[in-house]
Design a protein around this ligand. Structure first.
Ligand SMILES: C[S@@+](CC[C@H](N)C(=O)[O-])C[C@H]1O[C@@H](n2cnc3c(N)ncnc32)[C@H](O)[C@@H]1O
Length: 264
C-alpha cells in the first residue's frame, strides 16, 4: 500500500467518523456494570481464552518471504497468534473466514486445524488476485478448503448461502468495517437458527469507532480480547445459542446508512 492509498483510506475513515452519531463516542465508555449485558456473561469464555493464550504465547508462526508476513508474529498487537491458539483449543471441524485478502487468517486456519477440517473463505475478490497472498493452489487441492465470492451482508445472498453456517464451529469476520457490512451481516446471522452446538464468532476491529456500537449491542456471552489480539480490537462471542443482538440498534444503523446514502 503506498502513501496515497493509505491517506485515501484514512480520509475515507475520517469521513465515516463524521457521519457517526454521538452515541458511538459515548459508547466507548462503560459507566455501569450493567451497561454491557453480553460482557457480563463473558466469564464463560475465560477457560477457552486461558488455554488459547497459553498456546499462542509459545507458538512462533512460520513467516513467508512476503510483504506483511511479519505481522503473523506481532503479539500482542495482531490477532494471528491468538487465532492459532483458539483453533488448537477449539479443534473446529468447520471454519468460516470472512475477508480473504492476502489469506493470512486462512493460512492460520489451514496450518493449525486438523487436515479434515473444512474451511471456507469469503471475499468479493478472488484470492489469487492479491499478489502477496499466503495461499497457494495446493491448499485448495489437498484440503477441504474453498473460496466463495459473495456478499453476506446482502439478505438474499445470505439466505441462499445459509447452508454455509450449518455445523460451523468458528466464524472469523474481518471484512470492510465500513459501518454497514458488519451490522448487516450480524443482523442476518441473528435471523438464522444455528445448530445448537459449541460455536464461536471472532470479530476483528471492535475498537474502530464505527464498530463500537456493534460490539456493545451484542447480547450473547462475549469477551473483548483486544489485549491478546488486534490492537484495533478483537472480540470473542459465544454463539452456541445463536447470535443475540439488540435488534433495534442494528435496524437503526441500517436506516441511518440508507438515509446517508440518499443524502450523498
Ligand atoms: C482486512 S481484509 C481481510 C484480511 C484477512 N482476514 C487476513 O488476515 O489476511 C478485508 C477483506 O474484506 C473484503 N471485503 C470487503 N467487502 C466485503 C464483503 N462485502 N464481503 C466479503 N468480503 C469483503 C476485502 O476485499 C478484503 O479483502
Amino acid at each position: 500500500m503506498n502513501i496515497f492509498s493509505t491517506l485515501k483510506r484514512y480520509y475515507s475513515y475520517y469521513q465515516n467518523l463524521k457521519g457517526l452519531d454521538r452515541n458511538s463516542y459515548f459508547l466507548t465508555v462503560n459507566t455501569r456494570i450493567t451497561d454491557d449485558l453480553g460482557a457480563m456473561q463473558g466469564h464463560k469464555l475465560i477457560p477457552l481464552i486461558r488455554d488459547s493464550l497459553e498456546y499462542a504465547e509459545k507458538n512462533i508462526i512460520k513467516e513467508k518471504d512476503i510483504k506483511n508476513s511479519f505481522l503473523l508474529n506481532i503479539f500482542p498487537g495482531e490477532h494471528y497468534r491468538i487465532l492459532s491458539g483458539l483453533i488448537k483449543t477449539i479443534k473446529p471441524k468447520k471454519i468460516l473466514d470472512i475477508g480473504t485478502h492476502t489469506g493470512m487468517s486462512a493460512r492460520i486456519m489451514l496450518d493449525y486445524s486438523d487436515q479434515k477440517t473444512e474451511i471456507k473463505t469469503i471475499d468479493l475478490i478472488k484470492w489469487n488476485q492479491f499478489k502477496d497472498t499466503h495461499l497457494c493452489n495446493e491448499d485448495f487441492q489437498i484440503r477441504k478448503f474453498s473460496q466463495e465470492l459473495i456478499d453476506l451482508s446482502d439478505k438474499s445472498t445470505f439466505k441462499e448461502y445459509s447452508a454455509l453456517f450449518n455445523d460451523v464451529d468458528i466464524i472469523f469476520t474481518d471484512g470492510p468495517k465500513d459501518g454497514k457490512f458488519e451490522y448487516d451481516f450480524l443482523e442476518n446471522l441473528n435471523s438464522l437458527k444455528l445448530d445448537k452446538k459449541q460455536s464461536y464468532l471472532i470479530i476483528d476491529d471492535i475498537r474502530f469507532l464505527n464498530m463500537v456500537k456493534l460490539w456493545r449491542n451484542i447480547l450473547s456471552p462475549k469477551l473483548d480480547i483486544t489485549s491478546f489480539g488486534h490492537f484495533c480490537g478483537t472480540g470473542l462471542v459465544d454463539i452456541s445459542e445463536g447470535l443475540q443482538i439488540n435488534k433495534k440498534i442494528f435496524e437503526n444503523n441500517i436506516r441511518q446508512n440508507l438515509k446517508r446514502n440518499v443524502i450523498n
